[in-house]
Design a protein around this ligand. Structure first.
Ligand SMILES: NC(=O)C1=CN([C@@H]2O[C@H](COP(=O)(O)OP(=O)(O)OC[C@H]3O[C@@H](n4cnc5c(N)ncnc54)[C@H](O)[C@@H]3O)[C@@H](O)[C@H]2O)[C@@H](O)CC1
Ligand SMILES: Nc1ncnc2c1ncn2[C@@H]1O[C@H](COP(=O)(O)OP(=O)(O)O)[C@@H](O)[C@H]1O
Ligand SMILES: [K+]
Length: 579
C-alpha cells in the first residue's frame, strides 16, 4: 500500500529539473539517460526474454527518452524498430537521437508504418509526448494514438504491450484529461499496461482518466532528491488500484521544501489514547436529521461520527420524526429540532463543537437551519440538501471552519461556471471526434488551435471553489479532491491553500447509496474532535475508503462505520499504512 506522498504539477517538475541542472551537479543528458534506463529496466523486469520492441519517439525530450530506451534494449539483445519525426529536437534529445542513429534506422512516425503487416512487436514504447504536451494531438500522431488505443480493433493487444514513458501520450498530466477529447471515457483512449513516470506522480496520473489509462504506475527515481524533500521510507512503486494515499500538493515550486505535510495520523491516534480526558474533550457533534421517513441518512452520519471518535453525538430530527430514531445505537443522544430557534437554543451549549447539516434533511429545512448553524461559528459539515440550500443563498455565511462535500452534481449547483470548465474543453460537435464529425471539422480544428496548456483540472476547480467559499471543499468521486482556501491573510491567486487527492479507484463498491452520508459523519466526528477542516476532510476520506476496502464488494453504507475500529487499529499498529 502506498503511503502519502507529494505529487508535483508539471510546472513544479520542470522547476526541480531546472534547479538540478542549474546547480551544475547534473546535466539534461544525465537525466535523460537515467529516465530511459529506468523505463528499459522496467521493461526488462516484465519481459525477461529479449523480444521485439517498437519505440515511438515524439518531437521533444519524451522522444529523447525513447531513443535512450531503444539503445539500451538493443544492448540487452532486443530487436528494435524505432519510429520518429524528422525534426530537430532540443540538444539533449538530439544527442540521444544521434546515438541511436549509430545503431539503427529511424522510420517515419506514421500510422502506416505502425500498421505495417508482419511487424508485430512484444512491446510498444510510447515516447511521443510527456510533460510538454501543449495542445491536443492532431494529424498523423493523433491517428497513431487512436490506433494504439484500439481503433484498429486491437485494443486488448496494445493494452498488454504498451509501455508509456512518463504518461500515455495525449494525457494532460496536470488534469488527467485527454487534451481535446471528451472528459468522459472515450473510444480509443490510450490504455497502457505500464507507465513509468519520473520522480513523482503528477495530478494527471491520479485524476479522471489517468489511473485507468496509465495501467500500472511506477515512479522512477532519477536522482532529483537533492532539489526536493523526500519522505524517508516512502514506497516508490504503486499500482493505481492500490492507491490510498493523500497527496498534498502545492502550487508554488519551493526548492527547499515542496510542501509535504504528514498528516501524522499515528501521532493523532496516540494523543487520543494518552488523553485521560472526559468525553467532552473529544467533542460533541450534532447531526441534523430530516422529516419522518428520511432519517436513515442522518443516522448513518451519526453512527460514523461516533466511530470517528467524537465524545458525544446527538441527532436532531423534527419532533414528529423522533420515533424513527429510537433504535440503536444506544450511544446516540436525541434532541428534537423543529425550527431555527430550537437549534439556536441547543447551540447555546458551548460544548457542541461541530454540526452536520444536509443528509436526508430536506432542502427547505436545511435552508431554514443553515443561517443559525453558520452564525454559531461552529465547525460545519455541509452536504446534500444543505449544499442545495447554500447554492440558493449564494454561499452566504460560510466561514473557514466549514467543510463542503459536494459530488459532481452538487458542485455544479454551487459553482456552475467551474463545473462547466471542468466538463470542457469540449470540442464542438456532439461527439467531439473530428473523424465522426466531418462537417464540423473546421470548427473543431479552430477550437483546437485556441487550446494551450493543461486542461482545467479537478484540483483547479476545487481550489477555486474553496477560495470562493472561504471554506474547505471536498469534491467527491473515485478521485476525490480536497482543497482548502488560501491561508494567506490576503487571499492570493498564486498562493492557494493546500490540496490533496484521495484516490479510491480500487473500491468502486463505495459508490453506493448512503456512502456519502457516512463520509459526512466521519468528517463531522473529526471536526468535533478539533481537527482542522483540511485534516478532518482528508482523514475522513481516507477512513471512508479504508473501511470500504476492508468490507469489500457487497458493501452497503451501513457496513462502513462498523469497519472503522479495525481501520484505526491497523493504522495505529502501522499495518494499514500512514495515509
Ligand atoms: N527536462 C528534463 O530534463 C527531462 C525530461 N524528461 C522527459 O522529457 C519530457 C518532457 O520533455 P519536453 O518538455 O521536451 O516535452 P515533450 O517531449 O513531452 O513534448 C514537447 C514537444 O512536443 C511538441 N508538442 C506538444 N504538444 C504537441 C502536439 N499536440 N502536437 C505536436 N507537437 C506537440 C512541443 O512543441 C515540443 O516540441 C518528460 O515527459 C520526460 O519524458 C526526462 O528525460 C527526464 C529529464
Ligand atoms: N467509482 C467510485 N469509486 C470509489 N468511490 C466512489 C466512486 N464513486 C463515488 N465514490 C465515493 O462514494 C461516495 C458517494 O457519495 P454520494 O455521491 O454523496 O452518495 P450518497 O448521497 O448516495 O451517499 C463518495 O465518498 C464518493 O467519493
Ligand atoms: K509518453
Amino acid at each position: 500500500m502506498l503511503n502519502g506522498t507529494e505529487i508535483l504539477t508539471t510546472a513544479q517538475m520542470r522547476a526541480i529539473e531546472t534547479a538540478a541542472m542549474d546547480s551544475g551537479a547534473v546535466t539534461g543528458l544525465d537525466l535523460m539517460e537515467r529516465a530511459g534506463a529506468a523505463v528499459a529496466g522496467q521493461i526488462r523486469l516484465r519481459w525477461p526474454k529479449p523480444g521485439q520492441a517498437t519505440v515511438l519517439c515524439g518531437p521533444g525530450n519524451n522522444g529523447g527518452d525513447g531513443y535512450v530506451i531503444a539503445r539500451l534494449l538493443h544492448r540487452a539483445g532486443w530487436r528494435l524498430r524505432v519510429l520518429g519525426l524528422d525534426n530537430i529536437p532540443g540538444p539533449d534529445a538530439a544527442e540521444m537521437k544521434r546515438r541511436w542513429c549509430e545503431i539503427g534506422p529511424i522510420e517515419a512516425l506514421t500510422g502506416d508504418a505502425l500498421r505495417r503487416p508482419g511487424e508485430s512487436s512484444d512491446v510498444y514504447v510510447d515516447a511521443i509526448f510527456g510533460t510538454g504536451l501543449a495542445r491536443p494531438p492532431e494529424g498523423a500522431i493523433a491517428d497513431i494514438l487512436r490506433y494504439l488505443g484500439g481503433s484498429g480493433g486491437d485494443r486488448a493487444f496494445f493494452r498488454e504491450r504498451l509501455v508509456a514513458v512518463d504518461c500515455p501520450s495525449g494525457l494532460c498530466m496536470d488534469s488527467g484529461a485527454f487534451l481535446g477529447r471528451r472528459r468522459q471515457p472515450g473510444d480509443y483512449d490510450l490504455q497502457a499496461r505500464l507507465t513509468v513516470a519520473f520522480d513523482s506522480p503528477k495530478p494527471g496520473h491520479l485524476l479522471e482518466r489517468g489511473p485507468e489509462s496509465c495501467g500500472e504506475l511506477v515512479i522512477a527515481d532519477i536522482g532529483l532528491q537533492d532539489w526536493r524533500i523526500i519522505e524517508p521510507g516512502r514506497a516508490r512503486s504503486l499500482r493505481p488500484p492500490a492507491l490510498t494515499a493523500i497527496w498534498p500538493l502545492f502550487a508554488i515550486p519551493d526548492r527547499r521544501r515542496m510542501g509535504f505535510e504528514s498528516l501524522k495520523r499515528g501521532a493523532w491516534l496516540a494523543k487520543r489514547e494518552s488523553r485521560a480526558g472526559h468525553k467532552f474533550e473529544h467533542g460533541h457533534a450534532l447531526i441534523i436529521a430530516g422529516d419522518f421517513g428520511h432519517g436513515g441518512a442522518a443516522r448513518l452520519a451519526a453512527r460514523a461520527a461516533l466511530r470517528a471518535g467524537a465524545g458525544l453525538v446527538t441527532i436532531c430530527p423534527p419532533r414528529s420524526a423522533m420515533v424513527e430514531h429510537l433504535g440503536p445505537p444506544d450511544a446516540l443522544m436525541r434532541r428534537p429540532v423543529d425550527e431555527a430557534a430550537d437549534l439556536a437554543r441547543i447551540l447555546e451549549d458551548k460544548r457542541i463543537t461541530a454540526l452536520c447539516l444536509g443528509p436526508g434533511c430536506g432542502v427547505d429545512r436545511a435552508a431554514e437551519l443553515l443561517p443559525v448553524a453558520l452564525a454559531s461559528g461552529r465547525a460545519c459539515l455541509l452536504d446534500a440538501d444543505a449544499l442545495t440550500a447554500l447554492a440558493a443563498s449564494g454561499l452566504e455565511g460560510l466561514h473557514a471552519d466549514c467543510v463542503l462535500t459536494p459530488h459532481r452534481g452538487e458542485f455544479a449547483r454551487l459553482f456552475p461556471d467551474l463545473a462547466e470548465r471542468l466538463a470542457g474543453p469540449q470540442p464542438p460537435g456532439p461527439t467531439g471526434d473530428p473523424d465522426q464529425q466531418s462537417h464540423d471539422r473546421d470548427a473543431y480544428r479552430a477550437a483546437l488551435a485556441g487550446m494551450h496548456g493543461p486542461a482545467f483540472s479537478k484540483i483547479d476547480a476545487a481550489r477555486a471553489a474553496a477560495g470562493r467559499a472561504g471554506a474547505t471543499v471536498l469534491l467527491k468521486g473515485p478521485d476525490t479532491v480536497i482543497a482548502e482556501p488560501s491561508r494567506a491573510r490576503a487571499p492570493r491567486l498564486d498562493r492557494p491553500g493546500r490540496a490533496a487527492i484521495h484516490s479510491a479507484f480500487d473500491v468502486p463498491w463505495l459508490a453506493t447509496a448512503g456512502a456519502g452520508d457516512v463520509l459526512a459523519g466521519l468528517i463531522t466526528g473529526l471536526l468535533a474532535r478539533d481537527l482542522n477542516p483540511f485534516s478532518a476532510a482528508t482523514t475522513g476520506a481516507w477512513l471512508h475508503a479504508a473501511a470500504a476496502r476492508q468490507a469489500g464488494p457487497g458493501l452497503i453504507a451501513d457496513d462502513l462505520p462498523e469497519r472503522i475500529p479495525d481501520v484505526l487499529d491497523q493504522a495505529a499498529s502501522g499495518a494499514g499504512g500512514d495515509p
